[in-house]
Design a protein around this ligand. Sequence first.
Ligand SMILES: [Zn+2]
Length: 168
Amino acid sequence: MVIEKNKAVFVHYTLTEGTADGQLVETTENREPLAFIYGIGMMIPDFEKNLTGLKSGDQFAFGIEAANAYGTYDEGALVEVPKSIFEVEGKVEEGLLEIGNVLPLQDNEGNHMQGMVAAVSDSTVKIDFNHPMAGVDLFFTGHVANVRDAEQAELDHGHIHGDGGHHH
Ligand SMILES: [Zn+2]
């Protein structure tokens, strides 16, 4: 059985930055494989494209440019805000505004978003709303652990059930 639309796909992969020798981002080695339904928009389109037609046991190695993954880095998504918005009763919680911290925030319309603390001055904070992987070219190596037909309930829910998937 090969990977195509509406198949339940299980892959072990290692994601590195740029090339196979690049910095490790994440890996499924020593844990459950990534499980997803192919062709329903769960995954990065280029990720699926590169797996098309593979079967259980097949190996893969491919790169995806940042623009086709999590997007290019947008300077406009680096926003300076007054430090006072983080104050509660006139004080900023200790440790809250450390560089690299990811904070749950809200925009003026009440939309929830996550931003990373990029810089802190006496009165302002620079928050980076770019995806943490923005501007990073991805490289995937791995193999296909299993391919099977997705069950109707899985297609209805948009996710895999059982091993490597949702238990409910
Ligand atoms: Zn479900």
